[in-house]
Design a protein around this ligand. Sequence first.
Ligand code: DX5
Ligand code: ZN
Length: 228
Amino acid sequence: MIPEIKIAPSILSADFARLGEQVHMVEAAGAQLLHVDVMDGHYVPNITIGPLVVEALRRVTEMPLDTHLMISEADRYIDAFARAGSTSISVHVEAVPHLHRTLEAIRKLGAQPGIAINPGTSLALLDEVLPYADFILIMTVNPGFGGQKFIPTSLQKIARLRQMITERNLNVRIEVDGGIGPNNVRSLVEHGAEWIVAGSAIFGAPDIGAAVQAMQAAAEGLATANIS
Ligand code: DX5
Ligand code: ZN
């Protein structure tokens, strides 16, 4: 299967006072996923948003809403996020006691289940559950904040995961998240990444729409002349 690259702007770095407007900008520029970072001040040090915001986003965009739960006891909230309109929901392996059960529950609620893996977490934890996930989110920074520096050893980890998926002939997407911009996105794709999350590289750019297009072009290995 030929991997399909999708750019997923993360609203964490958006201007929340102008959220609808900025979401329209990335959508008009061709972004195919909207990444929504949910943080509880417990699993990660930061606090962000809840199902209310997902519900509001659902009303203003056609883009799939990719909900990244960086919260403890994630099982308690998947129902609310699915009902709010999340298209895909990822949970961190450390945040649920029975991962297989959680993935099945997300699927039953009509969303695509994903597993998020921290930089310090081994791919070995995926061994038994890989066939039950629609996607694996490889964190390329430690979760909690936007604008952090990409951890370079992530590249080999992505390649090893790609190999695991290929060897087992599974239909599982690889998503990458953290410290990604036009300068490193191509190497991530070359190592096997398909869904590319970018917060500060997109919403921190002077022209948000141009930043989406520059990311897409860079990811596909095309000219990157208009990168700001
Ligand atoms: C970090 C979040 C990311 C964040 C990425 O914990 O999961 O989605 O928004 O931000 P950048 O692209 O700025 O590293
Ligand atoms: Zn994220």
